[in-house]
Design a binder for this molecule. Structure first.
Ligand SMILES: Cc1cc2nc3c(=O)[nH]c(=O)nc-3n(C[C@H](O)[C@H](O)[C@H](O)COP(=O)(O)O)c2cc1C
Length: 302
């Protein structure tokens, strides 16, 4: 058996596969398919400090080779998360990555501090890049905003910080470098692309929010290139995501330079996808005679 374990910011993951934030629900319903204890890490849907309802419906649309979502991050707030979701996540025995966001830097930092104080998270993932929040700040699209928020949060927590980047920038590798210089311990590359769809009968936008984030196989080659180009510039680990629909897509990310991968939209198509990715990676390494997945991180560069 090849060794699938990887380390991100000193945290050991038994394998490199995790759910992308917002696409996996930690409830008993999922245990019908598999236990999240089999994953490399667990990641929650982004939370905000206080309750907010999310966007008006329709919130999702099936696009060619992907999906547009404009959920708008409905959240019950941090108190509810700590009481109800965090204990479930902790209970699986794998590293816990808590995805957080804030509309202001004060709110963001406060949330980081509260989660840190629980002692139940292994890493914080900063959602700096949600493209379907009308009132939200898109931290990841402005160099100064990105640097300042990552620095501020890195200084207000003892947990390793993962900066989740936006693809909607001129040079994502440069943004990755800025996040690293500001204190990020790892990068998540990347969130969704903003898109929209118009109903030609009603002549109106389909989504209640007008625009939504495009994810799924449609964005996979764009994501692979983003990981590839970011890997060249940074020295912190990258979690690659965008359109993983099979184990082969995940291996591509590792070869491009990702230390770990996250599966998003495809969890809705195939609830077993993450387990199939873990098994497929393991078979691939065995067939290639590679004993350790870490040996192929960034291999496409050499
Ligand atoms: C329905 C849905 C909800 C999402 N919610 C979040 C979220 O709350 N926080 C976040 O950082 N990213 C969120 N994302 C983005 C994913 O985490 C991921 O970055 C993106 O979808 C690319 O991966 P994929 O193509 O495999 O879906 C969401 C994506 C989808 C499809």
């Amino acid at each position: 058996m090849s060794d699938l374990s990887v380390t991100i910011a000193g945290v050991r993951l038994p394998n490199p596969v995790m759910p992308a934030s917002g696409t996996y629900d930690y409830s008993e319903r999922h245990d019908n398919f598999f236990s999240p204890a089999e994953l490399g890490a667990v990641v929650n849907k982004t939370i905000f400090l206080n309750h907010k309802p999310g966007n008006k419906p329709p919130r999702v649309y099936e696009a060619p080779c992907g999906m547009l979502n404009a959920i708008g991050i409905p959240t019950a707030g941090v108190k509810d998360f700590i009481e109800n979701t965090l204990p479930l996540m902790r209970g699986y025995g794998v590293p816990v990555i808590v995805s957080i966001a804030g509309n202001t830097s004060e709110e963001f930092c406060k949330l980081a501090e509260i989660i840190t104080e629980t002692g139940k998270a292994d890493m914080l993932e900063l959602n700096l890049s949600c493209p379907n929040l009308n009132e939200g700040v898109e931290w990841a699209r402005d160099k100064k905003l990105l640097y300042d928020i990552v620095k501020l949060i890195s200084e207000s927590t003892t947990l390793p910080v993962i900066a989740k980047l936006s693809p909607m920038v001129t040079d994502i590798a440069e943004m990755g470098l800025i996040a690293e210089e500001a204190g990020a311990s790892a990068l998540a590359v990347f969130n969704t692309y903003r898109g929209m769809v118009i109903d030609i009968n009603t002549m109106k936008p389909v989504l209640g929010n007008i625009a939504g984030g495009l994810s799924g196989p449609a964005i996979h080659p764009l994501a692979v290139y983003s990981v590839y180009s970011t890997y060249k510039r940074v020295s912190i680990p990258i979690i690659g995501m965008g359109g993983i629909a099979s184990w082969k897509d995940a291996v591509e990310f590792i070869l491009a330079g990702a230390t770990a991968v996250a599966v998003g939209m495809y969890n809705f198509v195939n609830p077993m996808i993450m387990i199939e990715v873990i098994e497929g990676m393991s078979r691939y390494l065995h067939e290639k005679g590679i004993s350790n997945i870490r040996d192929i991180v960034g291999k496409a560069h050499r």
